[in-house]
Design a protein around this ligand. Structure first.
Ligand SMILES: [Zn+2]
Length: 158
């Protein structure tokens, strides 16, 4: 998995996860990539470096704070029925995929890393990680994938 910083023609910035660089090009060419904020299909890769304020006297606190890791796209209008159905199917598929997986919550990053380096037996797990932590795992070659839906923390399942 690789992560790209993307932006739309309205200037919204967001993250996209892809199997490969070709995967990005393919999804873009087929119009499957849309901005989570405005739905624009005019999406392109953002430069890797954070944008530098044009004014030299701009104060750091005046910059827009970076999005927090756990935020999810959200809309303030009702979604059509087919979106709702598709979401439900996806949620079911996720629940099915995680059936034999253990929710380790905030311990996910540590356990995934230990498994990758052979310090722990391989087992299917899922849990929470910030975007930064997830990126670090990907950079290290640890196989992780984002889940489309939030999962309940383990303490709430007891
Ligand atoms: Zn947008």
């Amino acid at each position: 998995m690789i992560v790209f910083d993307l932006h739309c023609d309205e200037g919204h910035r967001f993250e996209g996860w892809f199997g490969s660089s070709d995967d990005f090009d393919d999804q873009l060419a087929r119009g499957l990539l849309t901005c989570p904020e405005c739905g624009s299909v005019h999406v392109s890769k953002a430069p890797m470096a954070p944008s530098v304020p044009a004014k030299s006297n701009a104060r750091p606190e005046a910059r827009v704070p970076a999005a927090k890791g756990q935020t999810a796209p959200i809309a303030n209008r009702e979604m059509p029925g087919e979106v709702h159905q598709a979401m439900q199917k996806l949620a079911e598929a996720q629940a099915n995929a995680l059936k034999d997986s253990t929710n380790v919550g905030g311990d996910f990053v540590k356990q995934s890393r230990e498994m990758h380096y052979g310090e722990r037996d391989e087992a299917p797990i899922h849990g929470q990680a910030s975007l930064k932590e997830a990126k670090a795992l990907v950079d290290e070659g640890v196989p992780v994938a984002p889940l489309p839906f939030p999962i309940a923390p383990p303490e709430k399942l007891n």
